[in-house]
Design a protein around this ligand. Structure first.
Ligand SMILES: O=C(O)CCC(=O)C(=O)O
Ligand SMILES: [Fe+2]
Length: 237
């Protein structure tokens, strides 16, 4: 059964209303010290719907101009940046986002607490939010390898709204000699991974994932793909 949210899109009814059940935790070893964790039912379904509405209405969204391969273009999704005081500024694709404070958005702290609890030893001090207004909004292949996150950043990504596909692709290896066709084919399956990021889910990239892999959320043909994504990060101090 489906139900309509106030945002005019359809969410599948919670398949498991037991909020103590976080669903399956999938740990994917990408090799060479890179790892992805995926928890499908990380946050309670109905609370996540409230957070989706809150984030949509309350965050100071902007759709900035960025530079890609030397050309200026409009970023194909809305964005907003939260960070603790006194951190070095974030700059990506020629764009320096305006910094907003955690204190003005208490629900973000509640979500951050849940993420910290799920990831013992983690400590996030910044958050980049993305809003995909439709299936034509996307994020192109990239890695979050800005120096301010250090050599092995842990990035925790919480999703609300419509499911979107999250793709991971291994970067071409510079160090290794060109592989034969047969070994390339053999290795092919392990060089690409895909996750359907569900409403209320958590996906974590850690280790050398940003150094050795790129990720993307491609366009989706189907209309009505409204989604908000939160990526918690730790800026080194
Ligand atoms: O929307 C997503 O799931 C991914 C967003 C992302 O890769 C980013 O903000 O760097
Ligand atoms: Fe990213």
């Amino acid at each position: 059964m489906n139900s309509q949210s106030s945002l005019g899109f359809v969410l599948t009814t919670n398949p498991n209303p037991n909020t103590n059940n976080k669903g399956r935790k999938r740990i994917l070893d990408l090799g060479n010290g890179s790892e992805v964790i995926y928890i499908s039912r990380f946050l309670p379904f109905d609370e996540s719907r409230k957070w989706l509405d809150y984030l949509n209405m309350e965050m100071p969204w902007t759709r900035p101009s960025i530079r890609v391969f030397g050309r200026s273009c409009t970023q194909p999704r809305d964005t907003c940046y939260i960070a603790s005081e006194g951190l070095p500024e974030l700059r990506y694709s020629g764009y320096t986002p305006c910094v907003y404070s955690w204190d003005n958005y208490p629900p973000l702290k509640t979500i951050l607490d849940a993420v910290h609890e799920a990831l013992p030893g983690s400590s996030f001090n910044s958050l980049l939010l993305n809003r995909y207004q439709s299936g034509s909004d996307y994020v192109a292949w990239h890695s979050d390898d800005e120096k301010l996150y250090g050599p092995t950043p842990e990035i925790a990504s919480v999703s609300f709204g419509c499911e979107r596909e999250f793709l991971l692709k291994k970067k071409p290896s510079k160090a290794l000699p060109a592989q034969s066709t047969s070994s390339r084919l053999k290795g092919k399956a392990a060089d690409h991974h895909s996750f359907m990021l569900k409403h209320g889910s958590l996906l974590v990239m850690r280790g050398y994932t940003q150094r050795d892999w790129v990720h993307s959320v491609p366009k989706r043909a189907k209309a009505g793909a409204f989604r908000i994504n939160l990526t918690f990060r730790n800026v080194m101090t």
